[in-house]
Structures are given as structure tokens and as C-alpha cells.
Design a protein around this ligand. Structure first.
Ligand SMILES: Nc1ncnc2c1ncn2[C@@H]1O[C@H](COP(=O)(O)OP(=O)(O)O)[C@@H](O)[C@H]1O
Ligand SMILES: [Mg+2]
Ligand SMILES: [Zn+2]
Length: 364
């Protein structure tokens, strides 16, 4: 099961190990060298680009017992560094604003903040998914941001900085994390494969990198899953197969919502996959393809031979089940509407809107 946690095992532990975030790292390390520490940071950027990792490295550097004033790297050897690496350092508090606990945590934060650190120089609060904080939590936070005690450092991390109130934003020193370049992801995956004795085809790693759309965490998790399934022998074919299965599952779920005319869930679904980084044009095309298969099979099961080459046996079984739940005219209507949507997607002012309108009108 080792592979499943590849992304944790390969979390960068020093600034120099962080890939692709040159400007951010340069600014942070310079500030450390010059002793110009801000008390509230914002790390903004897509998921899997290093925000949490850098927040922890910064927490380590600030509290490292071996770091000289003109250096910036944490030693990863002293008690403080080791405890942070093991997730048991009492003066580092990590709050996940997305969890219900997060809300209570922020409430407690104002109490907590009154006490100086137990043994370190700084008490560091990392607030992850900060855009999910409630209004009350933001207000509580704002009060503390207005006059933070000298020993307190806040690091807010978020994928959606535009959702933070301007009053909070204006108190934070902002760093933007960028998506990783394709080649950098490929190189990192290759490095991990060598470390883990996983054999791979170059082209397979490229596919994983493309699929993860600039986020290294997703790339590393996917690599781990595939290594497990393929017994550490990653081929282009194995990747294509797995991605095919994942895509089919996604499209199948959406089609089920269409067939059940579940407007609300269908709308949420579209927005969810969009937030996850799906390309809606590509997705819609796959939905059309899928509905075409349903239409052909609905007209006559004997037409399945047309679909043989692009459909696995398991998929075919699912399709046959789904044609039980719908009639031909509904399928035709969906198809006609979605073909229209395909054109609209190219120039939509709001990219989710063509599909949303379609769902709103057709599933009524
Ligand atoms: N810039 C990066 N350099 C090296 N590894 C990275 C980078 N970004 C992400 N990773 C990998 O992805 C994992 C998750 O990264 P994390 O810092 O939690 O991302 P975020 O908080 O931005 O979602 C890390 O453990 C590491 O394996
Ligand atoms: Mg994170
Ligand atoms: Zn140290």
C-alpha cells in the first residue's frame, strides 16, 4: 500500500526541493535571511501546487533551532523540525476550514492566540481552504489580524482567493502559487519511479501529467494507484485503460442524473467537475458520444456491433441497463440539445452556463 501515499512521502521538506514556485520561494527565503517576517501570509493557487508544503517549511524555518539568522533553510534535524515533520509540534496549529471542526477551531483560535508559544519562537497557524471560513470565523480572524501578537504567524492557504473578504485580504502578504509545467511534473514522476523501483514508459508519465492539469498531488496519487494496479510496471496502455474507466464512470453518473431528470443534482455535478478542473467541451463531447450509444441500442440491441470497438463488455452491460429507463424520444431530445450546447460552449460568457441552461430547460 506504500504507493497510495506517494504524495505524502515525497512532500518537499526544504525550500530548495519545491518545484516551479521560483518567485514565491525567492521572496520568502529573502525575507527569512533579512529577518523581515510578516505576521500574516496568503498562499493562493490551484491544488497540488505546494501551498501546504511551503507553509510547513516556513513554519519549520521560523522555529528551527539550528538556523542561523542569515540562512533560510530549516535543518530538518533539530527537535522542532522533526516534530513538525511528524505532525506533532504543539506550536504549529493546522486548521482545515472545510471541515466542521474548522469552525470551532477558529472560535478557539482567539483564545489560543493569547498564550505565547510553549517552546518555540513563533506560534504558527496554518488555515487551509481559508475561503471556506464562515462569516463569523472571518470576523474573529480579522480582529486578531488587526493586532497580532509578535509571536503569532498566520498562513492562510486557498484555491479561491477571490472569496476572501477584502478586509481580510488587505491584511495578508500574498503569494501566488502557479500550476506546474508539464515537463516538471514528468521529471518529478520519473524521479519517484526511480526511487520506488517502478518501471515506466515515458509516454505513460506524459499522460499522467496531462491528466493532472498542473497539480502535482493528483499526478502523484494517480501514479501510485496505477503502480499498484500494474504491479510497478506502468505502460501507456495501462494508463489509457484506467483513464477510460474513470471517464466512463463520470459520464455514466451524469447520464443517470439526466435519465432520472434530477435537475438539482445535475447542476451541482456540472459545477463540481468544473471546479475539479474538467474541460467541459471535452466532457460534453463524451456525454454526446455516450447518449449516441444509448440511442443506437434503444433503436435495436443488434446495433451493438457498431459500438463493439469503442466499448468494453462491462460498459456495454451498463448501457443495456440504462436503456431500460428511458424512451427514444427523450434520448433524441437530449442529443439535439447537447449538440447545440457543444457550439455554445466555445463562446459562453460563463463556461458552465450552456450546460446549466440545457439542464434547466430539458429536465423540467
Ligand atoms: N511545488 C511543488 N514541489 C514539489 N512537490 C509538490 C509541489 N506541489 C505539490 N507537490 C507534491 O504534492 C503534494 C501535495 O502538495 P501540497 O503542498 O499539499 O499542495 P497544496 O496545498 O497546494 O494543495 C506534496 O506532498 C508533494 O508531493
Ligand atoms: Mg493544501
Ligand atoms: Zn531545525
Amino acid at each position: 500500500m506504500v504507493q497510495l501515499v506517494l504524495y505524502r512521502k515525497y512532500r518537499p521538506q526544504t525550500f530548495s526541493e519545491v518545484i516551479n514556485q521560483k518567485n514565491t520561494i525567492l521572496a520568502l527565503t529573502n525575507a527569512l535571511k533579512n529577518g523581515r517576517i510578516s505576521h500574516a501570509y496568503l498562499f493562493a493557487g490551484p491544488r497540488g501546487t505546494g501551498k501546504t508544503s511551503v507553509a510547513r517549511i516556513l513554519a519549520k524555518a521560523l522555529n528551527c533551532l539550528n538556523r542561523k539568522p542569515d540562512q533560510f533553510e530549516p535543518c530538518n534535524q533539530c527537535d522542532h523540525c522533526v516534530e513538525i515533520n511528524e505532525g506533532r509540534f504543539l506550536d504549529l496549529v493546522e486548521i482545515d476550514a472545510a471541515s466542521t471542526r474548522g469552525i470551532d477551531d477558529v472560535r478557539e483560535l482567539r483564545e489560543n492566540i493569547k498564550f505565547p508559544p510553549l517552546k518555540a519562537k513563533y506560534k504558527v497557524f496554518i488555515i487551509d481552504e481559508a475561503h471556506q471560513l464562515t462569516k463569523d470565523a472571518f470576523n474573529a480572524l480579522l480582529k486578531t489580524l488587526e493586532e497580532p501578537p509578535q509571536y503569532v504567524i498566520f498562513i492562510l492557504a486557498t484555491t479561491e482567493p477571490e472569496k476572501l473578504p477584502p478586509t481580510v485580504l488587505s491584511r495578508l502578504q500574498r503569494y501566488d502559487f502557479r500550476k506546474l509545467a508539464l515537463q516538471d511534473i514528468i521529471d518529478r514522476l520519473a524521479y519517484i519511479c526511480h526511487q520506488e523501483n517502478i518501471s515506466y514508459e515515458e509516454e505513460a508519465l506524459r499522460l499522467v501529467a496531462v491528466y493532472s492539469e498542473g497539480g502535482l498531488r493528483d499526478a502523484e496519487s494517480l501514479l501510485g494507484q496505477i503502480a499498484l494496479i500494474t504491479n510497478n510496471n506502468i505502460t501507456k496502455e495501462s494508463i489509457e485503460e484506467l483513464m477510460g474507466v474513470m471517464n466512463f464512470e463520470k459520464v455514466k453518473r451524469f447520464i443517470n442524473l439526466l435519465l432520472h431528470k434530477d435537475k438539482e443534482k445535475a447542476l451541482s455535478f456540472i459545477n463540481e467537475i468544473y471546479e475539479e478542473g474538467a474541460d467541459l467541451e471535452l466532457f460534453n463531447k463524451e456525454v454526446i458520444n455516450y447518449l449516441r450509444k444509448l440511442m443506437l441500442l434503444k433503436i435495436s440491441p443488434s446495433l451493438s456491433h457498431i459500438l463493439d470497438r469503442e466499448t468494453t463488455d462491462e460498459e456495454m452491460a451498463v448501457l443495456f441497463k440504462q436503456i431500460e429507463m428511458c424512451d427514444l424520444s427523450y434520448l433524441e431530445r437530449l442529443l439535439r440539445g447537447l449538440i447545440e450546447v457543444q457550439f455554445q460552449l466555445k463562446k459562453a460568457p460563463v463556461i458552465t452556463l450552456p450546460l446549466e441552461l440545457f439542464i434547466s430547460e430539458e429536465l423540467g
